[in-house]
Write a protein that binds this ligand. Structure first.
Ligand code: CU
Length: 157
């Protein structure tokens, strides 16, 4: 069983153009997805889950060809009102999962051209680790790519 699981993983990695996950070592990114701007707006939002199997690290910035400017944000409640606040970075403790999700930490894509049904490359810049690249499908708000993390989106092609 173990061998079968490993070869499926290898195939999934090849299918995605590889290189963006390092199971058991370094930082693994899953479930990356982008919500396109609402009609009449130009700001999209991205979410993902990061697991850091390596030494403590920090996500500093993200860039993408589909966005003029990307900021890392969190939500906080002030006087009973939920607000967004820019953060300088996102701590990635050793062996912990950090979820960027609606209502919490998230990625703001300003001046974005991300369009529903497209895929976009996100490049993540870390304090210690090498840059990582993920391919994120552009999906409706509230929708997550099915199946095994971001690989699920490829099955529909
Ligand atoms: Cu925000």
């Amino acid at each position: 069983m173990r061998r079968i699981f490993l070869s499926l993983t290898a195939l999934a990695l090849i299918g995605c153009g590889g290189e963006h996950t390092h199971p058991g070592d370094g930082i693994e990114i899953s479930n990356a997805r982008i919500n396109p701007p609402l009609p009449g707006q130009t700001t999209g939002v991205a979410f993902m889950e990061l697991v850091n199997y390596g030494k403590e690290d920090r996500l500093l910035a993200i860039t993408s060809p589909v966005s003029g400017r990307i900021e890392l944000h969190t939500h906080l409640t002030e006087d009973g009102v939920m607000k967004m606040r820019r953060v300088d970075g996102i701590a990635l403790p050793h062996d912990e999962m950090v979820a960027l999700k609606p209502g919490g930490l998230h990625v703001m894509l300003f001046e974005t051209t991300a369009t529903l049904g497209d895929e976009a490359v996100l490049t993540l810049d870390f304090e210690n680790s090498d840059d990582l690249t993920v391919v994120a499908p552009v999906v409706m708000r509230g929708e997550t790519p099915g199946g095994d993390a971001d690989h699920g989106s490829h099955s529909g092609h």
